[in-house]
Design a protein. Structure first.
Ligand code: F0G
Length: 444
């Protein structure tokens, strides 16, 4: 059986520098421009010669949902005409990523002062985070190039995702993580999927420095989001979101920001859809950071986006404990092109928002909850109106970091405040007696 593919295009991607625009025929191992050292991005010159036809593509994408083939059912490879990065799409390594749900969050909507609030839950991907959509793309390229080893620096989710996809492809994986600063759920995934896992005495930014040197000195394929193929995979979340909305646009899309690959990818996705004629305009894409890891917020506030202001990062939302974000230039470009905002939230605001998302029966990992905490600020400042249609991108699954959740509900996360206490639901320890349990019910 052949994949549903009425408009097959072979590999057509061109890597060029995001800043000096030099085309790089064979990118360096660290994916930095050989002329100026900035990041690369992929473009598709052939789209100019033979325009993409949105109508026939939408029909093909719809048909693929009913196909029995994994490559068609994948929420990334279904949209492969917009990421022609493989010579042969049968080289794709897929665990049926994407296809993530959009949920209503009625209680969160009330708490944020919105008529309605939606969340696209990227934590419902195979390894529990949005990283899978980018990983299937970039690791498939490594597979096609016949690399034996892949590697990444990570705050946990990238490593979980990479090691799973590497295992599926029969490749070896090397993970560098900051010692003691990643959630157990994520570390345990890397171990289970068979990665060679190194905990470095240093933070994520130090891990990034080391991995860049490792890939320059050994034949290892780098899978951080500086790899532009990761961005191509992650941009499909934007395509899938609009597909789910019947090609209508929300007013706002809000994402948490760490290394800033995700905002870069979603922004690229929306902008390409507009340029190719799928939609007329783009949603405002906003980024929320933890106050203790607010490099983009400071970059915008203090330099208008002209120069990165790195910070010494500290936050309990370990996924976004990043002070020197690699994709800051791309993120600034997305904020400017879409008219999005950039906000910061305190540890307490973030923890309360996480418990509120839990109250809607959805749940997410701490970093994802920055979106709701940030939305409240954007509503208060008037940037978001109560009638606007807002989509929060929840980036990770609630089970990634159960320790954080337990500490919050037990009151051990930080000095307890009144607002946090209202959201705490600690477990109640009792004797094994129905009377005692019934007394709890009476009090509740
Ligand atoms: N949310 C979660 C759950 C994450 O794991 C990350 C990043 C982010 C948000 C921020 O996304 O970096 O694209 O701005 N995690 C990376 C990792 C860095 O190594 O897993 P970003």
């Amino acid at each position: 059986m052949n994949p549903v593919s009425p408009v097959h295009r072979a590999q057509a991607a061109q890597a060029r520098c995001f800043v000096c625009r030099t085309v790089d025929e064979s990118p360096a191992a660290d994916f930095r421009c050989t002329r100026c050292g900035e990041l690369l991005e992929l473009s598709y010159p052939s789209w100019g010669d033979t325009p993409v036809d949105p109508r026939s593509l939408k029909l093909a994408w719809e048909a693929r949902r009913a196909s029995p083939l994994a490559i068609d059912r994948s929420g990334v490879w279904r949209y492969r005409e917009l990421l022609p990065i493989l010579s042969d799409v049968n080289n794709a390594v897929t665990i049926q990523e994407g296809n993530t749900p959009i949920y209503d969050l009625p209680r969160c909507a009330r708490s944020a002062g919105m008529d309605r609030l939606l969340a696209k839950h990227q934590g419902m991907n195979p390894t529990g985070s949005f990283k899978d959509t980018g990983m299937t793309a970039a690791l498939s390229v490594a597979n096609e190039k016949r690399f034996e080893w892949v590697a990444c620096a990570s705050t946990g989710n990238t490593s979980a995702s990479m090691s799973a996809y590497a295992a599926r492809a029969g490749m070896k994986s090397l993970v560098l993580i900051p010692e003691g600063k990643i959630a157990w759920g994520k570390l345990s995934q890397a171990l289970d999927y068979g990665a060679t896992t190194c905990q470095l005495r240093g933070d994520f930014d130090a891990c990034m420095r080391v991995i860049a040197e490792v890939v320059r000195r050994a034949p290892v394929y780098l899978l951080n989001s500086v790899n532009p193929y990761r961005v191509e995979g992650q941009k499909t979340a934007a395509i899938e979101m609009l597909d789910q909305f019947g090609w209508e646009l929300p007013d706002h899309v809000i994402v948490p920001g760490g290394n800033l690959g995700n905002v870069s990818a979603l922004g690229k996705g929306f902008i390409e859809l507009r340029d190719l004629g799928f939609v007329r305009s783009v949603p405002k894409v906003s980024v929320i950071q933890a106050k203790g890891a607010n490099a983009l917020v400071r970059t915008m506030r203090e330099t208008g986006g002209a120069r990165l202001v790195p910070v010494q990062a500290e936050t309990m939302a370990t996924a976004i404990r990043i002070g020197n974000p690699a994709s800051w230039r791309k993120a600034v470009a997305v904020l400017k092109a879409t008219g999005g905002a950039c906000e910061e939230v305190s540890e307490e605001e973030l923890a309360i928002a996480k418990a509120e998302i839990g109250s809607d029966g959805i749940g997410c990992e701490p970093a994802s909850a920055a979106t709701l905490a940030g939305l409240k600020k954007l509503v208060a400042s008037g940037f978001v109106q109560s009638a606007d249609l807002v989509v929060l991108v929840l980036t990770g699954h609630v089970l990634k970091d159960p320790e954080y959740t337990l500490k919050f509900h037990r009151g051990d996360l930080f000095d307890n405040t009144e607002s946090a206490s209202k959201m705490r639901r600690p477990p109640i320890v009792l004797d094994a007696s129905a009377d005692d349990v019934l007394r709890v019910l009476d009090r509740a």
